[in-house]
Design a protein around this ligand. Structure first.
Ligand SMILES: Nc1nc2c(c(=O)[nH]1)N[C@@H](CN(C=O)c1ccc(C(=O)N[C@@H](CCC(=O)O)C(=O)O)cc1)CN2
Ligand code: MG
Length: 288
């Protein structure tokens, strides 16, 4: 029997907990605040940002969306980030990715106060994750959401083999770090990897984040493996599909995420969770 990991349902459960935490803070006169900066008119980004705003508002988080024209300068963008850094009502700041060409995304992310870096993309927080430093700091939401999915399966991860296909800054690299921190033996594959199938067939946990439609097929998966599909691709008919051939892999996997309704909803739920984390952590610091 294969388990379908229902990201929508799990996201609902995470969101319900977040809503309770927001209510408890609000009772103390504190409202978590999230500032989302979006630059230009990328349609997909506009939809993701609208969904973030809607969800934050539903949960009682004070959500501010700052829409800027593609012509905004690097210096203007930095000044806007700095203003949110200085605003005590804002606990989480994020810049929707990708930015239009000409803007240096990394330089802008580096100006976000690491304590307000709700995406976990600031180099200080990335470094903390990779060094597995103790303490409270934000991490990238998609892989954190995937760790929540793995937790929900009550697996024994220690010593098992994980393969992450894709080495992006947002997903592949932080995912690998989180799996190493969970005591798994981790390999990261990418576009130059030779004999990909040989590697993926060793995985007890296989995370695929490449943007290549149906890259992973039935024979690339070890029987019983946990298969996490981060892909959001369009097939030849324009239908949303993943990096994994779900129908082919389904009854070979032990558990598998669907697309849509798998990792995507967990990314937004984790973002909300992390906004409230940052708010609570800032309060604890303030009370010390
Ligand atoms: N600053 C950031 N930029 C981007 C991030 C991010 O975490 N921070 N991630 C992605 C976009 N993204 C959130 O920003 C995101 C993408 C997709 C989904 C989602 O729920 N997908 C649905 C399907 C949606 C559809 O039908 O198109 C699903 O998988 O079920 C959530 C968040 C890049 N940029
Ligand atoms: Mg999905």
């Amino acid at each position: 029997m294969t388990t379908i990991i229902d990201g929508k349902q799990l996201a609902k459960e995470v969101n319900a907990q977040t809503k309770d935490r927001v209510a408890a803070l609000t009772q103390r006169g504190i409202t978590p605040g999230l500032a989302v900066i979006i630059v230009g008119d990328d349609l997909a980004s506009a939809i993701y940002v609208r969904n973030k705003h809607k969800k934050a508002t539903q949960l009682g988080i004070n959500s501010i969306v700052r829409q800027l024209p593609a012509t905004v300068s690097q210096a203007e963008l930095v000044a806007i980030v700095q203003a949110y850094n200085a605003d005590p009502a804002i606990h989480g700041i994020l810049v929707q990715s990708p930015l239009p060409v000409g803007l240096d995304e990394q330089a802008i992310v580096a100006t976000i106060d690491p304590a307000k870096d709700v995406d976990g993309f600031h180099p200080l927080n990335v470094g903390r994750l990779f060094a597995n430093l103790p303490g409270k700091y934000p991490v990238s939401c998609t892989p954190r959401g995937i760790m929540t999915m793995l937790d929900s399966l009550n697996l024994h991860l220690r010593g098992k083999r994980a393969v992450v296909v894709g080495r992006s800054r947002i997903v592949g690299r932080p995912m690998a770090a989180m799996l190493i921190n969970a005591d798994m033996t981790v390999s990261v594959a990418h576009v130059y990897t030779k004999d990909l199938s040989e590697l993926t067939r060793e995985a007890d946990v296989l995370v695929v984040a490449t943007g290549v439609t149906h890259l992973i097929k039935r024979n690339d998966v070890k029987p019983g493996a946990i298969v996490i599909d981060v892909g959001m691709d369009r097939d030849e008919n324009g239908k949303l599909t993943g990096d994994v051939d779900f129908d082919g892999v389904f009854d070979r996997a032990g558990a598998i995420t669907p697309v849509p309704g798998g990792v995507g909803p967990m990314t937004i739920a984790t973002l909300m969770q992390q906004t409230v984390d940052l708010c609570e952590w800032s309060e604890q610091l303030g009370n010390d």
